[in-house]
Design a protein around this ligand. Structure first.
Ligand code: KIV
Ligand code: ZN
Length: 514
């Protein structure tokens, strides 16, 4: 019997710290339900002290998901821990994850605290967290650059204070696999009460080593890995859940432990996260990239046809690639629609919302006769975007793109219930449309990114457009989907403008004091 490796997913917390990847409450609940179907052990749902919106999102996830433990992040501060405890009240199994930085550079320059003060804060934080739940995790932030003697001291103290998991973060992604694994082994052997807590790791990918470092830690006794779907996360991201899980599963000969992940849910979950965050997956990305199981060269194709194992070490269907089923069509009824949505974890809070979604589905089915799960997910995102678009709404769009003529676009939008009409020329109809909208809303924002992805295959597929805008250091991302990519682009721009104008500013957990 193999030992259990706990999979702790932080897509909704560290993943959300990728610039522009912020998600609203409904989006977080949809992703959390997908993570529950994936059978992750712990879902870090957010940082409740960041803002009222973050608090409510953690609370909503704790309410909606019962199959995984739900975790809230808290700095080693009473107010953060109390806020996390409050947000996690509806959870069947709640975990509080508290942290404080322990590297000399962070203690001196960021916290301006002495090592003794840091230990005192950590112990007090763990004790307070234990009043809310028996499941408490502690992280010494920037452990990868902390002094090992000090790590031993603080970890022993927090385990004594009641921490049940101690998580070793390589916050800046600086460690090499042999060093990181060695550190885990030494900490486990040097800390006298190390057997009273599970050792966890949280590796960032700045040098592309997050997965390698995490696996090296597992070989040295770590029994929890913190990771994210598609490797999303601060800067270059975190260890990718799909890579960690499939490495452990495929190389059971090398690992003394195994996960409980339902691997066929990996690809659907990856697609959902990419679509909601607007961070597309690169085609050659391991496991979840479109080319991960595609064979281009004739020799490879010939080999795979004769015997799959010649070039494939995993089966595409085992990670969910065959899940691209046609689920509904033009003649599907309301009940079939509602049932499939429920299977995807989407429930409607009113008959009105169901009717609206069903009407959108019928419109889409008129344009595109095969409707896939990804289309249904995009349809719901669309409904959420429109509900969010309180200030600016797209009413209509007319474009002109004759050969040899300058492309033109005319748009009608509603701004605060006042209808406005604008037009512009551009290098193409998308450029002209975005310029026409900007001429009406005048955000003055810089366009950092514009990208289009097809949600499914075929020329009748919906195009999913992502637009990233920046103004005065604030980055927002908008999405829009339509079978017509000019309309999808206009929807994405309007969505980004609405986000830019909303006042939801939040605190970053790793910035500032403590
Ligand atoms: O990277 C990091 O150190 C973190 C901590 C909050 C665990 O995300
Ligand atoms: Zn992190």
């Amino acid at each position: 019997m193999k030992e259990k490796l706990i999979i702790f997913d932080t897509t909704l917390r560290d993943g959300e710290q990728s610039p522009g990847a912020s998600m609203n409450k409904d989006e977080k609940v949809r992703i959390a339900r997908a993570l529950e179907r994936l059978k992750v052990d712990v879902i870090e749902a957010g940082f409740p002290a960041a803002s009222q919106g973050d608090f409510e999102a953690v609370q909503a996830v704790a309410q909606a998901v019962k199959g995984s433990a739900i975790c809230g992040l808290a700095r080693a501060l009473n107010k953060d821990i109390e806020r996390a405890g409050e947000a996690l009240k509806p959870a069947q199994r709640a975990r509080i994850h508290t942290f404080i930085a322990t590297s000399p550079i962070h203690m001196e320059r960021k916290l301006r605290m002495s090592p003794d003060q840091v230990v005192e804060h950590a112990v007090a934080a763990v004790k307070l967290a234990r009043r809310f739940t028996d499941d408490v995790e502690f992280s010494p932030e920037d452990a990868g650059r902390s002094e090992e003697d000090f790590l031993c001291r603080i970890l022993e103290a927090v385990i004594d204070a009641g921490a049940t998991t101690v998580n070793i973060p390589d916050t800046v992604g600086y460690s090499l696999p042999h060093e990181f694994g060695g550190m885990i082994a030494r900490l486990r052997s040097r800390i006298p009460n190390s057997d009273k807590a599970i050792f966890s790791v949280h590796c960032h990918n700045d040098l592309g080593l997050a997965v390698a470092n995490s696996l090296s830690a597992v070989l040295n006794g770590a029994r929890q890995i913190e990771c994210t779907i598609n490797g999303l996360g601060e800067r270059a991201g975190n260890a990718a859940l799909e890579e960690v899980v499939m490495a452990i599963k495929t190389r059971q000969d090398a690992f003394p432990c195994d996960t409980s992940i339902e691997t066929r849910e990996i690809v659907p979950c990856s697609k959902l996260v990419a679509s909601i965050t607007g961070f597309p997956v690169q085609p050659n990305k391991a496991i979840v990239g479109a080319n991960a199981f595609a064979h281009e060269s004739g020799i490879h194709q010939d080999g795979v046809l004769k015997s799959r194992e010649t070039y494939e070490i995993m089966r595409a269907e085992d990670v969910g690639w065959s899940a691209n089923r046609m689920v509904l069509g033009k003649h599907s009824g309301r009940n079939a629609f509602r049932t499939r949505m429920k299977e995807l974890g989407i429930e409607f809070d009113s008959e009105e919302a169901l009717n609206d979604a069903f009407a959108r589905f019928k419109q889409l089915a008129d344009k595109k006769h095969e409707i896939f799960d990804e289309d249904l997910q995009a349809l719901i995102s669309e409904q959420i975007f429109e509900a969010e678009s309180e200030w600016v709404k797209l009413i209509s769009l007319h474009v002109c793109a004759d050969t040899g003529e300058i492309p033109r676009s005319e748009v009608v939008i509603k701004v605060d219930s006042e209808e406005k009409r604008g037009h512009s020329e551009g290098s193409g109809v998308v450029d002209a449309t975005l310029k026409a909208i900007e001429s009406l809303v005048q955000t003055g924002a810089d366009l950092l990114l514009y990208s289009v992805n097809n949600i499914t295959s075929g020329t009748d597929a919906q195009g999913e457009v992502t637009v990233r805008l920046e103004k005065a250091g604030r980055i927002v991302q908008g999405q829009g989907a339509d079978t017509d990519i000019v309309i999808a682009s206009a929807k994405a721009y309007v969505n980004a403008v609405n986000k830019l104008l909303s006042s939801n500013r939040r605190q970053h957990p790793q910035a500032g004091n403590v």
